[in-house]
Design a protein around this ligand. Structure first.
Ligand code: IMP
Ligand code: MG
Length: 171
């Protein structure tokens, strides 16, 4: 396995973060927002994104995994839940990448049931060609082709998260 093929540069990522943050700033104004970082992949994107946000921001973390196999009845395994109550709050879920969308579909439902004032999805990368679930990110950084990408927080077997740009995994 190697990660030699570059797909997205550090500069493109920087511009993407600024653009997404600008959209969020425009949409929320001075309204307070709770940013939920989905561990582990979104930790770098979240760190960059929140530093560009202008409203009062609180950050919380959640770690989940999907039981694969039966996607229609698939369940969400909550490994780490939120520390805060999101009832009547503006919530933005921050993900590293939306692939099939199954994880976010289940997570969105779980969080919606807790009664937030608003609930939106922000992803650094989107792979719409593989989508199965009915998920459309409200804020999308960069649309990527159907390749397995690593870097900027995204892993292959927990490796390569620390690469600064985005690479395609190959043999
Ligand atoms: P989904 O439920 O299929 O949308 O899975 C989303 C999760 O799968 C993401 O949060 C990532 O952790 C992981 N994932 C999907 N595609 C990639 C990829 O190309 N590189 C690294 N992780 C990925
Ligand atoms: Mg992952």
């Amino acid at each position: 396995m190697n990660a030699d093929r570059k797909l997205i540069s550090e500069e493109e990522i920087r511009l993407m973060v600024s653009r997404v943050a600008q959209q969020i700033n425009d949409d929320y104004g001075d309204e307070p927002v709770i940013v939920i970082c989905i561990l582990t992949g979104a930790f770098i994107f979240t760190a960059d994104l929140v530093r560009e946000l202008d409203m009062p921001v609180t950050v919380d973390f959640m770690k989940v995994s999907s039981y694969e196999g039966d996607t229609s009845t698939g369940r969400l395994n909550v490994i780490k839940d939120l520390s805060c109550d999101i009832r009547d709050k503006n919530v933005i879920i921050v993900e590293d990448i939306v692939d099939t969308g199954n994880t976010l579909f289940r997570l969105r439902k779980m969080l919606a049931d807790r009664g937030p004032k608003s609930l939106r999805i922000c992803t650094a990368f989107d792979k719409p060609s593989r989508r199965v679930a009915d998920i459309e990110p409200d804020y999308n950084g960069i649309t990527v082709p159907d390749e397995f990408i690593v870097g900027y927080g995204l892993d292959y077997n927990e490796l390569y998260r620390n690469i600064k740009d985005i690479r395609i995994i190959g043999d």
